[in-house]
Write a protein that binds this ligand. Structure first.
Ligand code: SF4
Length: 339
């Protein structure tokens, strides 16, 4: 899927950057008008109801400038996170961005990529000779707009020359063509978020199909990148075993030989918070997400709020079922965690 916005906005000063100029040229060539914003990171002038604003935002792209250069920690995935983009054209019903970026669900592309990478370099240099890892998909899915920005390619090339820096990203999209023939030097790990047909069909709107994701992952593997998969959220429903088994079998068919470089898997069960449930029900009133608190147990989360997770017997079933399937098809793989 190649996302193209219906509405484009530009923040003051973004037109002075090389990427800003390129984006203006390209959107004008597509006949998409560029609206000038008076301030940063706001679309307040667009007056709509909350649900209309959400739908509008998912079709809107802001060409912006990253101001704050203080990087946040990103444990356990990486030491730090930074963003080339925030927001995502996808509308996954369970996405944590539904609550995290609840009031700013539009896609914002940062054009000051050289400044962003210079800042990353400072963090790498401060910690060396320790290797510092960075995640770029914590506040967005940067591959969703890579065909527009080319920023992931530039970032991978930057990291390829960094002895003490490593990059990680995760995606539900397949716009990876421009990443295949570049020098990555094994310094970037790409993970694909995959799931059963039931989950993708019902909850992952406006993302790429599982076939496209798996095809893209095999191209990435053959291009020599370290490759991993995130299965999230894992859900317990009728036919879950059959459907997940089919998923891993399809993956095995497309990536039959992993002797040279084992795959990694990260496994995350479905969970929700009271705040997320409210936002989801407002945005997706007919959702099929099972959010019955009475069938869950409460767990205190790292961000100071309770989350509702599966009870232990279901969680154990999911853990052993999925783990066995992965080792059946990929005996040399590395399951990094199940949570
Ligand atoms: S693709 Fe990822 S970032 Fe985008 S809406 Fe879905 S879960 Fe969220």
């Amino acid at each position: 899927m190649k996302f193209l916005p219906n509405y484009v906005f530009i923040e003051p000063g973004a037109e002075n950057y090389e990427l800003g100029k390129k984006l203006i040229r390209e959107f004008e060539a597509f006949g998409i008008p560029i609206n000038k914003l008076k301030s940063f990171n706001r679309l307040d002038e667009v007056k709509k109801s909350p649900n209309e604003f959400y739908a509008f935002s998912k079709r809107s792209l802001v060409i912006g400038i990253k101001k704050s250069m203080k990087l946040e920690c990103c444990k356990p995935s990486a030491d730090y996170q930074f963003s080339l983009v925030t927001g995502c054209p996808g509308s996954c019903e369970y996405c944590y961005l539904q609550t995290n970026q609840s009031f700013k669900p539009f896609i914002r592309i940062y054009v000051n990529i050289d400044e962003i990478l210079e800042n990353v370099d400072k963090y790498i240099n401060m910690a060396k000779p320790k290797i510092t890892t960075f995640e770029i998909a914590s506040a967005s899915d940067p591959i969703a707009v890579e065909h527009i920005t080319g920023s992931v390619k530039k970032t991978i090339e930057f990291f390829s020359s960094k002895e003490f820096g490593r990059l990680r990203l995760v995606t539900k999209y397949s716009n990876i063509d421009n990443l295949l023939n570049i020098n990555h030097n094994n310094h970037t790990k790409i993970r694909f978020s995959i799931n059963s047909k039931f989950i993708i069909k019902n909850f992952e709107h406006n993302t790429d199909t599982i076939e496209d994701r798996i095809k893209a992952s095999s191209l990435i593997y053959n291009a020599g990148y370290p490759l991993g998969f995130i299965i999230a959220p894992i859900m317990y429903y009728e036919n879950w075993e059959e459907e997940y088994d089919k998923l891993f079998k399809t993956l095995k068919d497309k990536i039959p030989n992993t002797d040279l470089s084992p795959l990694s898997f990260e496994l995350i069960q479905y969970r929700f918070t009271a705040k997320a449930k409210n936002v989801i029900l407002q945005r997706f009133p007919n959702t099929k997400l099972n959010m019955e608190e009475e069938n869950r147990i409460k767990k205190w989360g790292p961000y100071g709020i309770y989350k509702y997770i599966y009870p232990k017997d279901i969680s154990e079933k999911l853990k052993s079922g999925i783990t066995n399937m992965i080792y059946k098809y990929f005996p040399n793989s590395n399951i990094e965690y199940f949570t």
